[in-house]
Design a protein around this ligand. Structure first.
Ligand code: SF4
Length: 496
């Protein structure tokens, strides 16, 4: 049941806010899979002549949730708009991973307050990971009472009913489930472009001490293999050129199946036989990266030579405090194994600097690991505590100046390694998926190599959405430039 709350009252009597304590519980209950989703009668024409706008913050998982919500809106007859003055519904699909992501959302809400005053019929909603946090929901209810609707990550499929409640009630509608729900298949999705995302699993059971995701996304639940394979086949038929398999921890895929033994390696082995040019995945966890998966990835074909393998720190002591459940040595052995099996692999990573108690020596261990692995890109972050996570009980004792200095040194090193990686491609011919015109020059096309490097070159716009070969003529830190090689557009042959 959605809870309706009046903005001028003690909200606690109206509903139980989402609870991080409840979200942490990992029960044994089975997750049911539903295949019978339908837009409720009475909502199918609800959006006729109305417009929706969704602002998405955060990761690809959120981008993909937005695709689902767009699909739901369009099945209700709504049209998309980017103009907030035209919109009848505005949703903020939020991210909770870092404090500044949350600040951005509250900033955006501040701007929308004036619009809501001008257009009282506008429905303004907040959804996504932030909505799963009790402190955030309380803050919105107390300080941003003009918001009409709050819902979480586990009940996106309830959007039509919640929207109806928000329209017909003068009070804020709040529906956030602390516990994950079942898996709902056959939700509509509005996908655009030549690349598509496919969720293969939801949630995370790892509980790294700094991370809020296991609380906001619930326990690990894998979609059934036949559902994932059917979706990928369908996308291939529709002509998508690249598919990214999504999960907080994709290589834990299948661990929750009790009736079958089927791992992420098995899934990749089946997907590589589907006629789609490129398959990627994100994100993987070093602990679950097994030999079978490496063996399958080495078969190449449509499985690209790019692995994003978050390390977070190069110090075993810090990894232990983060509860990453692997050591520096284990990570390096894994990398060595991957490089032996896939010689041209491009490795990228995530790293946090200034974790509580991180010493200069431990930070130096991170730098030395980065040098040894030769990551070609890294998402690097300064540690900041997230309310509700175990790391908030650790003393955040690395001064901000030191954190900034470490981040600067790390980024300098990553820049250098990225440039070196790109320079190795100088003079080489690479396969490129043409994505569109370059942002800065409509005469130039931009695309991505199999290792996900950005490359610019001159060519006909007819090539957009196709695979071509480009000879690399310039290698810069973050971009390659080249010339199309006079070769036919590649016909992909997928190994059987
Ligand atoms: S593996 Fe760790 S960092 Fe990744 S989502 Fe799970 S808890 Fe967060």
């Amino acid at each position: 049941m959605a809870n309706k709350v009046k903005s001028d009252k003690d909200y606690s009597q109206y509903f139980q806010p989402p609870s991080l304590t409840d979200a942490k519980k990992r029960g044994k209950e089975d997750i049911a899979v539903h295949y019978d989703f339908q837009i409720p009668e009475g909502m199918k024409e609800f959006g006729a002549d109305k417009y929706y706008l969704i602002r998405t913050f955060g990761c690809q998982m959120n981008e993909h949730d937005t695709e689902v919500m767009k699909g739901l809106f369009e099945q209700m007859g709504y049209q998309a708009t980017e103009d907030k003055f035209q919109a009848d519904v505005i949703l903020l699909n939020t991210c909770a991973i870092r404090e500044n992501a949350e600040d951005k959302v509250f900033g955006e809400l501040g701007h929308l307050k004036a619009l809501k005053a001008e257009k009282p019929n506008l429905v303004l909603g907040v959804c996504g990971c932030m909505s799963q946090e009790e402190a955030v929901v309380n803050r919105i209810m107390q300080k941003h009472a003009f918001v009409d609707l709050i819902f979480g990550t586990h009940n996106i499929h309830r959007l039509p009913e919640l929207l109806k409640d928000a329209y017909f009630n003068k009070e804020m509608v709040v529906e956030v489930w602390s516990k994950e729900g079942d898996i709902v298949e056959n939700l509509p999705k509005k996908r655009e472009g030549i690349r598509a995302w496919v969720n293969i699993m939801y949630g995370c059971d790892k509980f790294c001490t700094y991370c809020i995701v296991p609380y906001t996304r619930g326990k690990e639940r894998s979609r059934r293999p036949q559902d994932v394979l059917a979706e990928v086949r369908d996308l291939a038929r529709q002509g998508f050129q690249e598919i990214t398999l999504l999960g907080q921890n994709v290589n834990a895929y299948g661990k929750d199946f009790e009736d079958i033994s089927y791992s992420f390696g098995d899934l990749m082995d089946d997907i590589r036989k589907i006629d789609v040019p490129r398959i990627r995945f994100t994100t993987s966890h070093p602990r679950d990266f097994d030999d079978h998966l490496i063996e399958v990835l080495a078969k190449s074909g449509n499985l690209v030579e790019h692995i994003h393998l978050p390390v977070q720190s190069g110090s075993t002591e810090i990894l232990k405090k983060m509860s990453r459940k692997y050591t520096r040595e284990h990570y390096l052995e894994l990398v060595a194994k991957i490089k032996r099996a896939i010689p041209h692999v491009c490795l990228t990573t995530d790293i946090i600097v200034g974790f509580p108690g991180e010493t200069d020596e431990q930070f130096e261990e991170t730098l030395s690991l980065v040098r040894e692995v030769k990551f070609e890109l890294a998402f690097t972050f300064i540690y900041s505590p997230r309310e509700g996570t175990p790391a908030t009980d650790m003393e955040d004792n690395v001064p901000m100046e030191v954190k900034k200095q470490r981040l600067y040194r790390l980024n300098e090193l990553i820049n250098e390694l990225s440039k070196q990686g790109n320079e190795k491609l100088q003079g080489e011919i690479v396969e490129v998926l043409v994505e569109g015109e370059s942002k800065n020059n409509a005469e130039v096309l931009s695309g991505r190599t199999r290792t996900n490097k950005l490359i610019l070159f001159t060519g006909s716009k007819d090539l957009i959405g196709k695979l071509v070969y480009v000879k690399v003529t310039h290698a810069q830190t973050w971009v390659l430039k080249g010339d199309i090689v006079d070769a036919p557009v590649k016909n992909i042959s997928i190994p059987s």
